[in-house]
Design a protein around this ligand. Sequence first.
Ligand code: 6PG
Length: 260
Amino acid sequence: LQNVDLRLFPDADRLAAEMVAALIGVLARRQQSGGTASIVCTGGSMGKAFAARLMELHDRNDETFFTVDWAAVHYWFGDERYVPVGDPERNDGLLAEFFATAKVPAENIHRVLGPEDSDDVTDSAYAYAEQLRAAYPELTERFASERDERTPIFDVVMLGVGPDGHVASLFPGHPAAQSTGVTVGLSDSPKPPPERVSLTTEMINSAARVWILATGAEKAPVLAEAFTSEASELPVSKVYGAEQTMWWLDHAAAEKLPRG
Ligand code: 6PG
């Protein structure tokens, strides 16, 4: 992998604190310049740590936290489990308390439709692509070839990593990982629940910044492979941002990376 910025931390809490501080900087600058800030949130342990840190800064009345107008930010999801909204398995539920506290209007929370509002997971993936195209008309059916790559879509995409090297719901060897276009629906995800909607690699790579977040020794082997092998086919090897690709790792996850 080339042009990856690496940030290392002793533990997940410290990582989340620094990552949120950096995010606040990006979003505040974007809003100060008159732009509409948009981020893509992750599920998993890093999604939890992210939400917890936002609440902590809010509750302690942190000055920098309030430099961002959180209610004006647009929130998307890198992947979502195809279960009803409100189900504890949902990734968007991790931010429920934050969304309520920050009074984020419903139209800025771009949820993936659950089974209660869609025919099936394919239909839900299609509806999410439509939602994205409505927000970003430059996204066409033939997204990759037609979009002007100099204009990034999201400000920041945050992605957790699985011990198998998956990001969002793009699993190694699964056809969804090769999918082009905007979104993809899965009915046989190796990580439960089986039905999921994911952004594609191409869609993730439309971001200005892609931030990979991982903690724990079980992630170390795939991260080392992605970092060192040009030929790596792992989904985590295929995602990058137009302006920045940053890996935020704890020492355990970084343990097998080459030193120096
Ligand atoms: C999901 C996630 C998924 C997650 C990774 C890492 O829906 O499960 O979005 O991509 O981020 O599996 O999860 P952990 O950080 O919990 O290992």
